[in-house]
Design a binder for this molecule. Structure first.
Ligand code: GLY
Length: 298
C-alpha cells in the first residue's frame, strides 16, 4: 500500500481488498521494464466530432484541438522514447472513431486478433489495421460473426486476459479471443453502465488499481480479485474517465484533463519510474481514454 498524506484521502477513498490469492492484473504492466517494440496509432479524421458517444458531451469536440492533442500523444510515445517505433495509420473520414485504434486489434507476442467491433459503424476500421499487422509479420486471427469484441474490453496482465462482457463484446467474441491466444487463461468480467472494461479501471503500480468510485467499477474489481491469486490495493477516483492510465514499460502516462492534485501526483510518482501527463480532453468527449489511442506491442 502506498504511504498517502491525509489530504489525498479527502479526494480519493482507498480500499485494500483482502484475498487469499494475488491479483494478477495489477503488477505485470508496471513491472515490465523492457521497451515495447512498437505502437500503432491512427490520426484524427475531419469527421471526428461525429464519433459515437454514450451521452452527448455538453461541449462539442474541437477537431483541431483533438489533432494537436493526438500529435502530442504520439510525441510522448515517440519523442519520449517509450517505444522503438510508432506506426501511424491514415485517418479515414468514413470512420469518425478511427483514432480509437485500440478497439481494432489485440496483439500479444507474435499473434494478432483482429476484432469485430461491437458498433457496426466501426467494423470497417479493422481492414487497414489488419493489413498493417499482416505486413509486420503477425499471425492474424479473426472473429467470425456473430462474435463481437472491442480491444477496450481486453486487459492483459500477468499472463491473464481479463475481458469485459459488455455492450460491445459478447460471448462469441470472448471465445475467439480465447482461441487466438490459447493457452493464456481468459477471465470474463461483466461490464455494466460503461462502454468498456478499461473505461473504468486500470493497473496502478504493483498489485494496485485505479478505478472509478462507482458501484459497478467496484464490482468489476471484485470479479478480477476473485479470479486472482492475492490481495490488491484499489484507489478510487470520483472523475468519470480518469481511471484509464497508459503504462508503457515503466512509464505511466496519466490523463491531465482531469484534476490531479499534488497528492495524486505523488502517488503516480511512487508507482512509476517516469510519469508523463497527457491532455486528451477532446477524446474524453468521445468516450475515449489514453489506452484507446494506441496499440502498444511488446
Ligand atoms: N467513441 C468510442 C466508441 O464508441 O467506440
Amino acid at each position: 500500500m502506498f504511504a498517502l498524506p491525509d489530504a489525498w484521502r479527502q479526494v480519493f477513498s482507498i480500499i485494500s481488498l483482502p484475498a487469499a490469492h494475488s491479483c494478477p492484473a495489477a503488477g505485470a504492466v508496471p513491472t515490465n521494464s523492457s521497451k515495447p517494440r512498437l505502437a500503432l496509432v491512427r490520426g484524427v479524421p475531419h469527421t471526428f466530432s461525429s464519433c459515437i458517444t454514450m451521452e452527448k458531451s455538453e461541449a462539442a469536440i474541437d477537431v483541431e484541438l483533438a489533432r494537436k492533442q493526438h500529435s502530442d500523444y504520439v510525441n510522448i510515445l515517440r519523442g519520449s522514447l517509450l517505444v522503438d517505433h510508432v506506426v501511424e495509420l491514415s485517418p479515414m473520414d468514413e470512420f469518425p472513431d478511427c483514432p480509437f485504434i485500440e478497439d481494432t486489434a489485440v496483439v500479444i507476442g507474435s499473434k494478432a486478433l483482429i476484432t469485430r467491433p461491437g458498433a457496426s459503424l466501426r467494423r470497417g476500421e479493422v481492414e487497414a489495421v489488419e493489413a498493417e499487422l499482416r505486413n509486420l509479420g503477425f499471425e492474424i486471427h479473426n472473429v467470425e460473426p456473430p462474435g463481437t469484441i472491442d480491444g477496450g474490453d481486453v486487459l492483459y496482465v500477468q499472463n491473464t486476459l481479463f475481458v469485459g462482457k459488455s455492450m460491445r463484446t459478447n460471448s462469441r467474441g470472448i471465445e475467439a479471443l480465447a482461441r487466438a491466444f490459447s493457452p493464456i487463461p481468459v477471465v470474463p468480467i461483466d461490464v455494466a453502465e460503461t462502454l468498456h472494461l478499461k473505461s473504468v479501471l486500470s493497473p496502478l503500480g504493483r498489485n494496485s488499481f485505479l478505478a472509478e468510485e462507482t458501484f459497478h467499477a467496484k464490482q468489476m474489481l471484485e470479479l478480477i480479485r476473485k479470479a486472482s491469486m492475492d490481495s490488491c490495493d484499489c484507489v478510487f477516483t470520483p472523475h468519470q474517465g480518469a481511471a484509464n492510465l497508459l503504462w508503457v514499460g515503466n512509464t505511466l502516462v496519466y490523463p491531465s484533463a482531469y484534476p490531479c492534485g499534488s497528492d495524486l501526483a505523488e502517488l503516480y510518482a511512487n508507482s512509476a519510474e517516469r510519469v508523463i501527463p497527457a491532455n486528451i480532453s477532446e477524446f474524453h468527449k468521445g468516450d475515449g481514454g489514453l489506452t484507446c489511442l494506441s496499440i502498444v506491442i511488446d
